[in-house]
Design a protein around this ligand. Structure first.
Ligand SMILES: Nc1ncnc2c1ncn2[C@@H]1O[C@H](COP(=O)(O)OP(=O)(O)O)[C@@H](O)[C@H]1O
Ligand SMILES: [Mg+2]
Length: 363
């Protein structure tokens, strides 16, 4: 096992800077997930760590050793790709041991490690098959076997589950997590799927346009997003953002929305909001922080439902606020129809305040 360190790592393609000086410390045994929208530089970052892509500037170290000049094969890493990259003409067993054979590992050791790896991944009955005779999930497992058998210091995964259907993706996600619990090899895992990121990671790195927006454990990302981008990206459906003016009067502190409705700021949030009294700010409210208001509720909005999505456990109710559509996640409300008027209470303890000029979350 080994730590991985990136210092001011940059990638420029021609005149296009795709990775802007990234600093990252991955601890020994940690499961780190890079997440962000398509094109934000996740694969480029991973491929630079793997040595499949030169770095334009900066330094990468694995296990405390500078690897900038080392070939992929010299870095003690194993990578699993989205498309599995299996050799179609080789059997499952031959695919898995391919790297060991290249390294001239003794035959008896290869056989022993193959058996061990096949057991871990449940591939014992499939070793003689060709990749085309396998399901997508089985192919993915073979690709993992090929990485696992080498017992590398670091695993690198690039969207390994993206080609699987939704159900299998969840199952393989669980398997990867259990595998890491049993064999805690340092892992850097790339995905565009925030749920995959949140469920797998010890820490999540949120990337946007070639930069790191925030690095934090999943719970902290959800509760304390640092920027508007992270606040909107983590959570599904995403956080709602509203333009507000913060008003101070004898009655206390309130948020005025564009349509004129107001939300009372409770005492517990005064310290934060009072500092911006009179200013135009942005607030973020997660769908799950709305509820159908009890008659005496404090901070409420009157809304008209525009769309109802019953999910079983809960129901998504869309409503219009000024020009934007907002989404609330409510307890199932039988009989609720589009067009219905609702009084929604806002959990003001969980509302985020953002500075619209910097897009930073203030609290
Ligand atoms: N070989 C390349 N030549 C030029 N541009 C590239 C190359 N590879 C990737 N890019 C660009 O770099 C950016 C980041 O790509 P990538 O790391 O693949 O993003 P992600 O994996 O997050 O979807 C994209 O704008 C992409 O078009
Ligand atoms: Mg990619």
């Amino acid at each position: 096992m080994a730590s991985v360190t990136l210092e001011k790592v940059e990638k420029v393609y021609g005149t296009l800077r795709t990775v802007h000086g990234i600093d990252l410390d991955v601890a020994d045994g940690e499961f780190l997930v890079l997440v962000g929208p398509s094109g934000c530089g996740k694969s480029t970052t991973l491929r630079m760590i793997a040595g499949l892509e030169d770095i334009t500037s900066g330094q990468i170290a694995i296990g405390g050793r500078r690897v900038n000049e080392l070939q992929p094969g010299e870095r003690d890493i194993a990578m699993v790709f989205q498309n599995y990259a299996l050799y179609p003409h080789l059997s499952v067993a031959e695919n898995i041991v391919f790297g060991l054979k290249l390294r001239k590992t003794p035959k008896a050791e290869i056989a022993e490690r193959l058996q061990h790896t096949a057991e871990i991944l449940g591939l014992e009955g499939l070793l003689d098959r060709k990749p085309r005779q396998l399901s997508g999930g089985q192919r993915q497992r073979v690709a993992m076997g090929r990485a696992l058998i080498r017992n590398p210091a670091v695993f690198l995964f690039d969207e390994p589950l993206s080609n699987l259907d939704a159900k299998l993706r969840v199952q393989m996600r669980t398997e990867i997590k259990e595998l890491h619990a049993r064999i805690p090899t340092t892992t850097i895992y790339v995905t565009h799927d925030q749920i995959e990121a949140m469920t797998l990671a010890d820490r999540v790195v949120v990337m946007n346009k070639g930069r790191i927006e925030q690095i934090a454990p999943p719970e902290e990302l959800y509760r304390h997003p640092a920027t508007r981008f992270v606040a909107g990206f983590i959570g599904s459906p995403g956080m709602n953002f509203f333009d507000v003016t913060i008003e101070k009067s004898e009655a206390g502190l309130s948020l005025r929305l564009p349509e004129g409705q107001t939300l009372r700021v409770p005492e517990s949030r005064h310290a934060l909001f009072a500092a911006y009294a009179g200013k135009q700010m942005l607030v973020g409210i997660r769908p799950e922080h709305f509820t159908i208001a009890a008659s005496d509720a404090d901070a409420t909005l009157d809304v008209a439902a525009t769309l109802i999505e019953p999910l079983g456990m809960d129901t998504l109710v869309h409503f219009k606020m000024a020009d934007a559509i907002a989404v609330s996640r409510l307890l199932p409300t039988p009989g609720l129809k589009a067009g219905a008027r609702l009084k929604l209470a806002v959990d003001m303890a969980k509302v985020h305040l953002l500075d619209p000029s910097t897009d930073l979350v203030l609290g």
